[in-house]
Design a protein. Structure first.
Length: 174
């Protein structure tokens, strides 16, 4: 496991308060959710899902993102953040902690924030369990883009009441 450098580091339990690696600038804002607000993270759905900053069992610190599915049949629900840039040919590291109230999967990608919503070099189906897990990936950007979206898409059919939790979300150039 790569060692993160940040204040309030508890090395024995591998829980970190904050989201940085030495020499790495996080391209997403509020990746540790410690502002207590969700902004600039946002959700898209048909109105049957909510996104909040919660103190209910964060991985580290005081807050994490909680995405709650209110109604069965909700489709194309997303947790996203956009407004950062990547450069063609540059290698990036993406990392976050995640869990769900039941074992669930979701689609995670780094995409263009607008038509054609092109994949910019990274996509992965992520399998969450009821325990916090670290997800770390590296990818090489396949295009330069000034408005990039961190995209987590959840197929919410049949999962009324389920919760998805995310903490310490990071993307940085290596």
């Amino acid at each position: 496991m790569a060692l993160m450098a940040q204040q309030n580091v508890m090395i024995n339990s591998y829980r970190f308060s904050g989201v940085t690696w030495p020499g790495c600038t996080n391209l997403v804002s509020n990746g540790d959710v410690e502002s207590g607000a969700i902004s600039p993270w946002w959700r898209y759905s048909d109105g049957n899902a909510t996104l909040s900053a919660t103190t209910s069992n964060p991985y580290a610190g005081t807050y994490c993102l909680q995405f709650h599915i209110n109604t069965t049949g909700t489709s194309n629900v997303q947790v996203s953040q956009n407004g950062f840039a990547i450069t063609n040919g540059t290698t990036y590291k993406v990392s976050f902690y995640g869990k769900a109230s039941a074992s669930r999967s979701f689609y995670f990608a780094i995409i263009q924030n607008g038509p054609s919503y092109s994949n910019l070099g990274f996509e992965q189906t992520i399998n969450l369990t009821t325990s916090w897990q670290l997800f770390e990936y590296t990818f090489q950007a396949n295009a330069s883009e000034s408005d990039v979206r961190w995209y987590m898409g959840i197929d919410a059919n049949g999962i009324t009441g389920d919760d998805f939790y995310f903490d310490n979300l990071l993307i940085c150039a290596q």
